[in-house]
Design a binder for this molecule. Structure first.
Ligand code: TXE
Length: 479
């Protein structure tokens, strides 16, 4: 499949005619090519967006809402096609793409299509001064949305939907590793009646296409999800130009399990929070801390459950763990298994590449559980972003809180306990942007989403996203 750029409502080859191979993670073979767009392509995308802005920013909220909801409906009508494309491009099980990724991409459009009709701004009556202040939240202009490969269409649309709902025009770049569903989205947007130029999608490598976007002097805001290192670079490039930034970066999230939890519920969910999407979700609970009194029992039961997980070809309906996203990523993840061994981590289960008959070159890895002695080791401190979790016991609430916080990241945390006082105490003290108590990844799109420390800055989700994609202006009238 040849992926093309989507600029001004039309599919176009890159001006330079430079292309990158696109690999299928399930079999390691090249199955398509994608543009490696240059500065000129980005400039063309910017010009189309700028030209569309005057009219789009003046479109009524009802009209915008109608178009966004139509995009959602068309995604839902084409769910099979999109789910297959996502699974082939990313290596994730088709069942996951069909039940999570594509439905969520549709929900993103429907949610922000509705949210924009409810978004209100404030007014302040300045009593005694004969004045009234009111606040406008106006679209910024042309904004950038740059997304990663782990939840390709899900995260791409999580940014685009609020950006266009609030009246901006967009230059967007999906990950070069998983470009296909973003490519397919262009046609859906045309069919839904999105005016040309409102959304422009350029494909290419981070350090060429991505770099041209973040350096563009008139693209005034960047919403980015990806690695912490890339986020640091983007912040440095954007700061002198005073661009608005929302950065959702890596995580190394604690999953804290107390003996008084609902055990079976915890066990089921912990398998998911460890290995869903091959562990390639920034919210995965990759550091599991278990209260010492149930540690041995947990260990036995967890290993038994994980042994049952079926690693297989993503298009097989029974597959629970598909392929990792790329050869490079597989190598990075496997390197951490070596690091663990050198650090005296004990591999309780997994740790090996899996060879699937007829797909021997695919990027498969066993779900892996490593017992560690200390929270200070590299595999407990660095983001691995694959099907690897560590486990270790703790004795007291204070001890586990201290370990949970002793990491450079601060995205999410999960706490399993039926003791309300303890749950409240830990959730108040824990350094994370999102805390789940007795659940994991339960998402309500109205809630603020994002992290602290090296997990990023800014919040998206609900009205937070609409605030990010608008410029706030206060107007004071004296009467
Ligand atoms: O991500 P990158 P990579 C973590 C995970 C992973 C590591 C590196 O630990 O192993 O990051 O992954 C674009 N200007 N996460 O290298 O490069 C790039 O093209 C502008 C966590 O694959 O950050 C892609 O579209 N853009 C994460 C996007 O940034 C640039 C999800 C993300 O890719 C750019 C993914 C530049 N100079 C990885 N350089 C999460 N938080 O969920 C790259 N890009």
């Amino acid at each position: 499949m040849t992926v093309q750029n989507y600029i001004n409502g039309e599919y176009k080859d890159p001006i330079s005619n430079q292309w990158i191979d696109n690999y299928c993670p399930a079999n390691g073979q090249v199955y398509g090519k994608i543009p490696n767009s240059s500065k000129t392509d980005v400039e063309n995308a910017y010009k189309a967006a700028k030209a569309a802005f005057t009219s789009w920013s003046q479109t009524t909220l009802n009209e915008r809402s109608k178009i966004l909801i139509k995009i959602a409906e068309l995604l839902e009508a084409n769910i099979q096609h999109f789910a297959q494309a996502e699974s082939q491009d990313n290596g994730k099980p088709i069942s996951l793409a069909k039940s999570i990724d594509i439905p969520r991409a549709a929900s993103n459009f429907r949610f922000f299509g509705n949210a924009i009709t409810q978004f209100a701004s404030e007014s302040h009556e300045s009593t005694g001064l004969n004045a009234i202040n009111y606040t406008l939240r106006q679209p910024i202009g042309v904004v950038a949305c740059i997304s990663p490969w782990n939840l390709p269409l899900y995260l791409f649309t999580w940014k685009i939907a609020p950006a266009i709902a609030s009246g901006n025009c967009v230059v967007a770049k999906p990950s070069e590793i998983t470009p296909v569903t973003a490519f397919l989205l262009g046609k859906i947007c045309n069919d839904a009646g999105l005016p040309k130029g409102v959304l422009n999608i350029v494909h290419g490598l981070g350090n060429t296409t991505g770099q041209a976007i973040i350096e563009h002097p008139y693209i005034k805001a960047i919403s980015f999800t990806g690695g912490t290192e890339t986020g640091t670079h983007i912040a440095a490039v954007a700061a002198p130009m005073f661009k608005k930034l929302s950065l959702e970066l890596g995580g190394k999230n604690p999953n804290i399990i107390f003996a008084d939890c609902d055990y079976n519920d915890m066990l089921e969910t912990t398998v998911r929070s460890s290995f869903a999407n091959q562990g390639q979700i920034c919210l995965c609970g990759s550091r599991i801390f278990v209260e010492a009194t149930i540690y041995e029992k947990f260990k036995t039961d967890f290993i038994a459950k994980v042994k049952d997980l079926k690693v297989g070809h993503p298009s097989n309906a029974n597959t629970q763990i598909g392929a990792l996203v790329s050869k490079n990523h597989l190598e990075k993840v496997m390197h951490y298994i070596e690091i663990a061994k050198n650090e005296n981590g004990k591999i309780l289960y997994g740790g090996n590449k899996v060879t699937i008959k007829n797909y021997e070159d695919g990027y498969y890895l066993e779900p892996t559980i490593i017992e560690v002695k200390t929270n200070d080791c590299r595999i407990n401190q660095e983001e691995i972003f694959g099907p690897i979790v560590t486990i270790m016991p703790f004795k007291t609430e204070q001890e586990v809180l201290q370990m949970a916080n002793k990491v450079k990241y601060g995205l999410s945390a999960t706490i399993w306990t039926n003791n309300l006082k303890r749950a409240m105490h830990i959730s108040n003290q824990i350094q994370a942007g999102i805390v789940w108590i007795n659940t994991w990844m339960l998402r309500d799109l109205r809630t603020p989403f994002g992290g602290i420390k090296a997990s990023g800055i800014g919040r998206e989700g609900g009205f937070e996203a609409l605030r990010f994609f608008t410029e706030t202006k206060n107007i004071c009238i004296k009467y």
